[in-house]
Design a protein around this ligand. Structure first.
Ligand SMILES: N[C@@H](CCC(=O)N[C@@H](CS)C(=O)NCC(=O)O)C(=O)O
Length: 157
């Protein structure tokens, strides 16, 4: 997203394979010991640390004025799908990956539960993508209607 909105940034790798997410200087930025996290050194009032991907995406969209409507229904049409992804699909696929692949103990009930729920969520996603090109997007324009110029946050709808 930083590339897409054209904001300068510096990458600080955090090797979670080496438990670097538990280092005190990283925990000061991301107390939940997870990547991604950012620090905006140009924030009003001084450096601002943000963790959780949904918060980071929303913050960067607001800061840059791109990819997300500043207010109104289009903002909420995007944010509800972002919340659905981070609260539903992401965690469910993560749990499925853990129980079905990584865990040495193959607990059938856990695998069944997370498989079913993952399939259900993927079906919701597939249904949405039947009618729009991106989860957050408005219905695809009719090929005969002219493209409507507008603010940059609308350009990918
Ligand atoms: N809800 C978080 C999830 C982030 C997440 O699960 N990060 C994983 C890597 S993909 C992580 O940092 N794991 C390290 C750990 O759990 O110690 C978000 O959306 O930012």
């Amino acid at each position: 997203m930083l590339e897409e909105i054209g904001l300068a940034y510096e990458v600080k790798p955090v090797n979670i394979g080496k438990d670097e997410q538990f280092a005190p200087d990283f925990l000061a930025i991301s107390p939940n010991n997870k990547i991604p996290a950012i620090v905006d050194h140009d924030a009003p009032g001084g450096p601002l640390a943000i963790f959780e991907s949904a918060a980071i995406l929303t913050y960067l969209a607001d800061k840059s004025g791109q990819l997300l409507a500043p207010s109104g229904p289009q903002r909420w049409k995007a944010l509800k799908w972002l919340a659905w992804q981070v609260g539903g699909l992401g965690p469910m696929l993560g749990q499925l990956n853990f129980f079905a692949k990584r865990s040495p103990d193959k607990a059938p009930l856990a695998i069944e539960r997370f498989t079913d729920e993952s399939k259900r969520l993927l079906k919701v996603m597939a249904g949405r993508l039947d009618s729009v090109p991106y989860l957050r997007a408005m219905p695809t324009r009719s090929p005969t209607s002219p493209a409507t110029p507008g603010p940059r946050w609308r350009s990918r709808c």
